[in-house]
Ligand binder design. Structure first.
Ligand SMILES: CC(C)(COP(=O)(O)OP(=O)(O)OC[C@H]1O[C@@H](n2cnc3c(N)ncnc32)[C@H](O)[C@@H]1OP(=O)(O)O)[C@@H](O)C(=O)NCCC(=O)NCCS
Length: 391
């Protein structure tokens, strides 16, 4: 087996997916992908686009502007048509699955240079677009129980996770994201992109739109659930609707050495796991357990962890059950630069984005760590977990 190393990873800032208030409201998701492809090749001039073996792009909703976005965005970027591409979906883990497939293609020796990308625009291609549940599915599940907010409410009830703990996590996530933004920690991963401010004036967007530099816990406590009468999952403790794209450059270690490229981390292992779709947020529990079982590692062996915050309830349920960190924020190694509650969660992009952020956190804040872990849940009970290892 060849070793697969991470050469680089970039992302657009995450914009609010809103037709009037989103900084990227005039940009399509394929246009955001063009920005990250351009940046990857500009930052790595020894890698020629025509030498890329394939591009795998994760997107949750493959319809409308995102229909086969992997191929169409590449061609629309003016990049060589000789490079094949695969658009991959398994809902939120899509970007992570794209990375796993790219890494495995390198490890088997079938390829040497791969791009794993992720993109989603939750305004122009809303969640559940063109979804048409198989009627036979309804023999096994109540359709309403499969909706994301409903699953988050159910996790909060069953674990149980209090409203105050969920809101506290959102405060913490915004605080850490705001501190990381101000300290310039996202500079290595964010590609600035031109956007529009509230007044329609063009400006260079250099950071994520949703991060709140100040939160107001008293106001958050008064917010109503969007999903259930007297429920506890609100716009503050749920990941917000977001737009963004990202891309990773992966290579066989042999090819990276031939090209004289530097690298610090390699792909160790990635797994997918399934769980009850009405409790989809707990997916990282079986996924991370499977990864530990297969590698023989334990939480003690891991440095930083990126655990996507689709909802505070599911994130806390996973952290507590897997004993990954303190049972409640503040966290010492989970999402130390904030998570999706603050940064946003453009569905199919996030699985690849958390790997990019993990690699940057390892390099700058956890240089001694041998392993880093990224994991996320996904609609209908698909989850992913992926380990990176220092070389
Ligand atoms: C929860 C949800 C329905 C809310 O959507 P929405 O009604 O469009 O609400 P918004 O996110 O626009 O927020 C509503 C308002 O609350 C505000 N708000 C959000 N968080 C806040 C906070 N912490 N403090 C104060 N105000 C807050 C927003 O800023 C917004 O006000 P504004 O328009 O004046 O800026 C939506 O974000 C959602 O569905 N999230 C989950 C997405 C999901 O399922 N992802 C997949 C997971 S697997």
């Amino acid at each position: 087996m060849q070793e697969c190393v991470f050469i680089d990873g970039v992302r657009t800032p995450n914009g609010r997916a809103h037709k009037d208030k989103g900084w990227f409201r005039k940009l399509r998701p394929d246009e955001l992908l063009t920005e990250v492809y351009k940046a990857l090749f500009a930052r790595n001039p020894k890698v020629k686009p025509e030498d890329v073996d394939a591009v795998f792009c994760g997107t949750a909703n493959i319809s409308g502007m995102q229909n086969d976005i992997g191929r169409l965005a590449w061609l629309a970027s003016g990049l060589p048509d000789s490079v094949p591409s695969n658009t991959i979906t398994n809902q939120c883990p899509s970007g992570m699955s794209a990375t796993m497939h790219a890494a495995r293609a390198i490890m088997t020796g079938e390829t040497d240079i791969m791009i794993a990308a992720g993109a989603e625009d939750m305004d122009k291609v809303p969640m559940g677009s063109n979804m048409n549940f198989p009627p036979r599915l309804l023999k096994y599940y109540n359709g309403a129980d499969l909706l994301m907010g409903a699953t988050a409410e159910k996790v909060a009830e069953q674990w149980p996770i209090s409203r105050q703990d969920m809101d506290n996590m959102a405060v913490w996530s915004n605080k850490k994201a705001s501190e990381a933004k101000k300290a310039g920690k996202f500079k290595n991963e964010i590609v600035p992109v031109m956007g529009l401010d509230d007044n329609g004036k063009e400006f260079l967007v250099e950071h994520d739109q949703w991060i709140r530099d100040k939160t107001d816990p008293a106001k958050m406590a008064t917010m109503q659930s969007n999903f259930k009468p007297n429920g506890n999952v609100t716009a503050a403790n749920a990941s917000p609707l977001t737009q963004g794209a990202c891309a990773l450059l992966l290579m066989s270690r042999k090819k990276a050495d031939q090209l004289g490229l530097s690298y610090s981390y390699k792909y160790k292992m990635g797994v997918l796991a399934g769980c009850d779709p009405t409790l989809m947020g707990i997916g990282p529990i079986p996924a991370v357990k499977k990864l530990f079982q297969k590698t023989g590692l334990t939480p003690k062996d891991i440095g930083p962890i990126e655990l996507n915050e689709a909802f505070a309830s599911q994130s806390l349920a996973c952290i507590r059950t897997l004993e990954l960190d303190n049972p409640n924020a503040p966290f010492e190694r989970v999402n130390v630069w904030g998570g999706a509650l603050a940064l946003g969660h453009p569905l199919g992009q996030s699985g690849a984005r958390i790997i990019i952020t993990l690699l940057n956190i390892m390099k700058t804040d956890f240089p001694e760590a041998k392993y880093g872990l990224a994991s996320l849940c996904g609609a209908f009970g698909n989850a992913g977990a992926l380990l990176v290892e220092k070389v």
